[in-house]
Design a protein around this ligand. Structure first.
Ligand code: ADP
Ligand code: ADP
Length: 234
């Protein structure tokens, strides 16, 4: 069964004269699948992410996630972007735990689970190689380390769906390739469904089960490729 389903989505920014970003975009992502979305700059990839996460309702068509129609921000989603920002007044551990405060806004209940949440954050930090950096502030971390923290933050509330929009776009080639391995480890450990937007075909081939290609704006899906060779998946 499809975990994420878009049926003939149209999305126009602004009124009737506004930019048509998506036109007849349809896609279907299976539970646990890792899908990469590629396409020319400005074709509507970020717009697609906004539609799936409920941050921007489509003008026409329907989005369903986990069998429910998306009508507003979706709680079971974790997100990371190219310029994911860590709050400068919080250390890395507290930045990673931020989504928990949104999912669980009652301070007393949050406090009651504090030890459990800290353990969870430390586990994720271990998986991405950030152990020992819990008390560092964002400006004390390299760009690559900040993106490692962003991946942890995206996963702290155990989302079923992980949405990544050019998460490594701002990094140099070596750091980027290092983080592919990190993301793969996270995926194998937590098994969320992943939708990854990227400009980097090598990244798509390295990480994804399936690559969806979008047309130039207005974006729609024009091709798809199954990544043929088997990768370690335990
Ligand atoms: P991509 O992520 O593929 O580069 P986007 O989804 O960001 O493309 O943008 C698709 C089109 O929609 C572009 O023409 C862009 O300028 C336009 N667009 C994006 N966001 C907005 C917005 N908030 N308001 C108006 N137009 C927008
Ligand atoms: P990344 O590959 O995550 O971008 P870098 O190549 O910038 O990391 O840094 C390599 C290593 O140097 C890191 O794994 C970390 O151990 C150490 N390092 C980087 N920045 C700092 C810092 N501000 N304080 C202490 N150690 C750092």
């Amino acid at each position: 069964m499809a975990f994420v389903e878009l049926k003939d989505i149209w999305l126009r920014y602004g009124g009737t004269e506004g930019t048509l970003a998506l036109k007849n975009a349809s896609m279907s992502v299976r539970d646990g699948e890792f899908v990469a979305v590629v396409g020319p700059s400005g074709c509507g990839k970020s717009t697609l992410m906004k539609a799936v996460t409920g941050l921007w309702p489509p003008t026409r068509g329907e989005v369903t996630v986990a069998g429910s129609k998306v009508t507003g921000p979706v709680g079971i989603v974790g997100m990371a972007f190219q310029n994911s920002v860590q709050l400068p007044w919080r250390n890395t551990l507290d930045n990673i735990m931020l989504p928990l405060e949104i999912v669980e806004p009652h301070a007393s209940r949050l406090a009651a689970h504090k030890a459990e949440y800290v353990a969870k954050a430390r586990e994720l930090m271990g998986l991405v190689g950030l152990t020992g950096f819990e008390k560092r502030y964002p400006w004390q971390l390299s760009g690559g380390m900040q993106q490692r923290a962003s991946l942890c933050r995206a996963l702290i509330h155990e989302p079923k769906l992980l949405m990544l929009d050019e998460p490594f776009g701002a990094l140099d080639m070596f750091t980027r390739e290092e983080l592919w391995g990190v993301l793969q480890d996270l995926w194998m450990s937590k098994k969320p469904t992943v939708i990854l937007v990227t400009h980097d075909l090598r990244e798509a081939v390295f990480l994804a089960d399936r690559i969806l290609v979008m047309s130039a704006r207005p974006g729609r899906f024009v091709a798809e490729y199954n990544v043929p060779f088997p990768r370690p998946r335990t």
